[in-house]
Design a protein around this ligand. Structure first.
Ligand SMILES: C[S@@+](CC[C@H](N)C(=O)[O-])C[C@H]1O[C@@H](n2cnc3c(N)ncnc32)[C@H](O)[C@@H]1O
Length: 504
């Protein structure tokens, strides 16, 4: 039976003639009589997506909530190239681009195609690419012919695609209700896969977890976030959906090892590039104050670089693992001092005391990564010193403060949050306003980097600040579209793994 299929190619609506046959209940993915030219070439990604559209799990799995792998058996007919007595190494180099590529399927097969027939050795080909002999490029056909492989050697064969052969995403597309947003993302922290399932997926949570456990390499535990991240220590409450309950994680980031109990501390693998960006700014002998250090993703690599680091975190578990990671990475204690206090106390005591020794002589950076609240700690820098306590500042410390900006003009929102909390307009001190990552639609994680100069640190200018404050209050409140509230601390919507990292 020939039917016409409409499809878009290069933005042009085209009709393709397809020949479908139903044979032994197998869908024949063969005989696409498109008459396209031999050098019709698609990218590997396009080929994969064509293949995945052609070979899907049966419709019967739709709505499955308990994983039954046998229901995924899908009989298909695919092109088969008989390669007779030819050495496979002579054929593979130029034919591998046409081969059927699915998980756990070897394209080279020895098949008995008909009862009482001999075994045929040949290649399973991708029905999304090869339908007729002339779908093989001219030069490749010539090469085949030199090996005595001709059009007569191209036929079809029936195979059964099983659960093991489908990618997780193929399974989810087939099982989950098509009318709602599907499942596409998760975070991976060591052996733990961390999901943040939306409510409509709750009935499928065990199936989703089991598929991920089967399909995502190095996974031993799958957990789902069950609460918003509104607690002080920014760690999540989770339920273990499947796998072992061990929450101890060991991972590598920025050439350092980190070990921690994921159920007790904050760790976000999506911040690794940001950690790296900041660490790259630092040179040996620079000084870093890490006000909300966690288990040390800024501090440990910086100290390893021989920067002098003062790292603080309020969470006793973060503090414990910060110290553990310092030892595990053989950090010389002269480069890393750790503190377990509230960020404000740390600024007004330890930072104040130590900054005075390093200012002007070293480059000093202050990193404040607690995006839901960090801007509120900026006021701790204001009037930190009396005028006679600190000399001229020729090389001011740089503060990198993170915040969430919700709204369209996120740079302005981030800047306003900083001005508001410092108490006056510091436009002249801003070095950079940087979008770290998109948390969800209209919510960005931002970094504002600015010079912490005498205007801010020394009380003698506080009068100027007070004068400015009344003007700023009006300006900022009219400009600001939104500001941080408790819900902004919810990283629920943050879970959107860069899909390219994970083949779900
Ligand atoms: C978003 S995490 C950042 C951790 C780490 N710097 C990173 O980049 O992954 C914020 C950290 O701030 C800590 N924290 C929360 N409130 C704090 C406070 N008032 N004072 C100091 N640390 C605090 C939390 O325990 C958590 O480790």
């Amino acid at each position: 039976m020939y039917i016409a299929r409409a499809c878009f190619h290069n933005g042009i609506l085209q009709y393709r003639l397809l020949c479908f046959q139903q044979l032994n209940n197998n869908l024949i993915l063969w005989n696409n009589r498109s008459g396209r030219s031999n050098n019709y070439c698609k990218s590997a990604a396009q080929n994969m997506s064509t293949l995945r559209n052609l070979i899907k799990p049966p419709e019967a799995v739709r709505g499955m909530t308990v994983l039954d792998k046998s229901k995924f058996d899908t009989p298909v007919t695919v092109p088969f190239l008989n390669i007779k007595d030819v050495k496979i190494s002579d054929v593979i180099p130029f034919m591998k681009k046409y081969c059927l590529k699915m998980q756990h399927i070897k394209p080279l097969q020895s098949l008995v195609k008909e009862p009482h027939d001999n075994k045929h050795t040949g290649l399973l080909l991708n029905p999304g690419i090869i339908n007729i002999w002339t779908d093989i490029d001219n030069c490749d056909r010539d090469a085949l012919q030199k090996l005595s492989i001709t059009e007569a050697d191209l036929s079809t064969t029936n195979i059964t695609i099983k659960y093991e052969n489908f990618l997780a995403n193929d399974v989810f597309k087939a099982v989950l209700p098509s009318e709602n947003e599907g499942f596409s993302s998760f975070s991976q922290v060591g052996h733990i896969l961390h999901l943040n399932l939306r409510e409509h997926l709750f009935p499928y949570k065990n199936l989703i977890a089991n598929v991920l456990l089967d399909k995502i390499p190095n996974t031993r535990t799958v957990i789902n976030k069950i609460d918003i991240i509104d607690n002080t220590y920014r760690n999540f409450k989770n339920e273990v959906l499947c796998g072992d309950h061990n929450m101890m994680v060991k991972i590598k980031e920025n050439r350092c090892e980190f070990e921690f109990d994921f159920s007790k501390i904050y760790w976000n693998p999506r911040l690794s590039t940001e950690h790296e960006r900041i660490v790259k700014l630092l040179n040996p002998n620079d000084v870093l104050f890490d006000v909300f250090a966690g288990v040390g993703p800024f501090s440990i690599p910086a100290a390893k670089k021989k920067c002098v680091v003062f790292a603080n975190d309020l969470n006793p578990d973060s503090y414990k693992w910060l110290n553990h990671n310092s030892k595990a990475n053989k950090i010389d204690p002269q480069y890393l001092k750790t503190f377990n206090k509230d960020g404000r106390d740390f600024i007004i005591s330890d930072l104040k005391l130590n900054l005075i020794n390093y200012i002007n002589k070293h480059n000093v950076n202050i990193v404040m990564n607690l995006p839901a609240l960090a801007v509120e700690f900026l006021s701790a820098f204001c009037d930190l010193y009396d005028a006679d306590e600190i000399s001229e500042i020729v090389n001011p410390p740089i503060v990198h403060v993170y915040c969430f900006a919700k709204g369209e003009n996120y740079e302005q929102i981030a800047k306003d949050l900083v001005f508001k909390n410092i108490g006056f307009d510091i436009n002249d001190k801003i070095i950079n306003i940087f979008k770290v990552r998109t948390v969800s639609s209209f919510k960005e994680m931002m970094r504002v980097s600015f010079k912490l100069d005498r205007d801010i640190l020394v009380s003698s200018i506080s009068n100027k600040r007070k004068q400015d404050e009344s003007i700023l209050d009006d300006e900022i409140s009219s400009k600001r579209c939104c500001h941080i509230n408790k819900e902004d601390g919810n990283e629920a919507s943050m879970i959107s793994v860069p899909e390219e990292n994970y083949n779900v």
